[in-house]
Design a binder for this molecule. Structure first.
Ligand code: DHB
Ligand code: FE
Length: 320
């Protein structure tokens, strides 16, 4: 059986992609941002997902404002990298998992979440920036470590879906994945946010208090977040803060109680508050550990993995 065992939340600021692609990661401004993803890349290497479902938003790149689906599931074999006006990012083409994606489409549509099926789509910074942050830098000639199922959510044209609808879609996706017969370890990403507004009189708005409360509740009390109205997101987190509803799809696909294994927050990157969280289901997958990763701890991943394996062995002995 396939299983979603962990969730990742990550901002998708396009300037982060530009900093990576133009060799600026060591500049102090960017070093502050990238330092927060070092442990996450180690975590991802240990976690070794077979598939990543990445909930993201297209920024009028593949879908123009002429036609914009609320939820669109990528069922293609691959997704080329979009040129957003400054050339396509020099990263590998994103390979899909058409079989699992078609299975998810069938299952969630039978569950009355009428997704749009996408068989051709170029992907923009909304998808590729979180991938670079979590999987590390990859040249176009290399491959990403696992296939990806992109789920595009409309958060660019009013009205976007509610947080509650997103949370429930996450639950339906979980059910779909768990009815797939092959043993697959699946990670789900919620991307975008956190607070930001990129135009108008409030351009530059950032609300750290709101963002931190969002992360706290995402971890411990996600139901509370499902009641937040669109206008509250916009008032408190800026016009583009509405991207945060995508994190609720990720959260809905996890267990009610999760272990928060990592969190990072920094302000700003470009116009945006950068938020990042890693959550694991408490019924852990064998491959990974729910041990909290200290941002300060310099313990290498291999040691942590060895410690985790020992801990797992201990637990399984107790169970026996
Ligand atoms: C910025 C942030 C976004 O989420 C986006 O899609 C575009 C730009 C920014 O902070 O510049
Ligand atoms: Fe965005």
């Amino acid at each position: 059986m396939a299983k979603i065992t962990a969730g990742v939340g990550s901002s998708h600021v396009p300037a982060i992609g530009a900093a990576l692609d133009n060799g600026k990661t060591q500049e102090p401004y960017w070093q502050r941002v990238f330092s927060g993803f070092e442990k996450s890349k180690e975590w991802m290497k240990e976690f070794k997902p077979d598939v990543a479902i990445i909930v993201f938003n297209d920024h009028a790149t593949s879908f123009s404002v002429d036609m914009i689906p609320t939820f669109a599931l990528g069922c293609a074999a691959e997704y080329p990298i979009a040129d957003e006006g400054w050339g396509a990012r020099p990263v590998p083409v994103v390979k899909g998992h058409a079989k699992l994606a078609a299975h998810i489409a069938q299952s969630v549509i039978e569950d009355e979440f009428d997704l749009t099926i996408v068989n051709k789509m170029e992907v923009d910074h909304g998808l590729t920036v979180p991938m670079s942050l979590m999987f590390g830098e990859k040249k176009p000639t290399e491959e990403w470590p696992c296939p990806v199922i992109p789920l595009a959510v409309n958060v660019v044209m009013f009205p976007p879906p509610t947080g509650n609808r997103c949370y429930n879609l996450g639950k339906a996706i979980r059910k779909a994945v768990e009815s797939y017969p092959e043993d697959l370890n699946v990670v789900i990403f919620g991307t975008g946010g956190l607070s930001h507004q990129i135009s108008g009189p409030r351009a530059g708005l950032i609300n750290s208090k709101w963002d931190k409360a969002f992360l706290d509740n995402l971890s411990k009390n996600p139901k509370k977040l499902t009641a937040i109205k669109h206008l509250d997101y916009m008032r408190e987190a800026g016009a583009e803060g509405i991207e945060m509803v995508m994190w609720l799809i990720m959260r809905g696909a996890l267990d009610e109680k999760v272990d928060e294994v990592y969190r990072f927050y920094t302000v700003p990157a470009s116009n945006t508050a950068v938020g990042h969280i890693i959550l694991e289901n408490q019924k852990k997958a064998k491959k990974t550990s729910a041990k909290k990763i200290s941002a300060k701890s310099a313990k290498p991943a291999a040691k942590r993995a060895a410690a985790a394996t020992k801990a797992d062995v201990k637990k399984s002995k107790v169970r026996k």
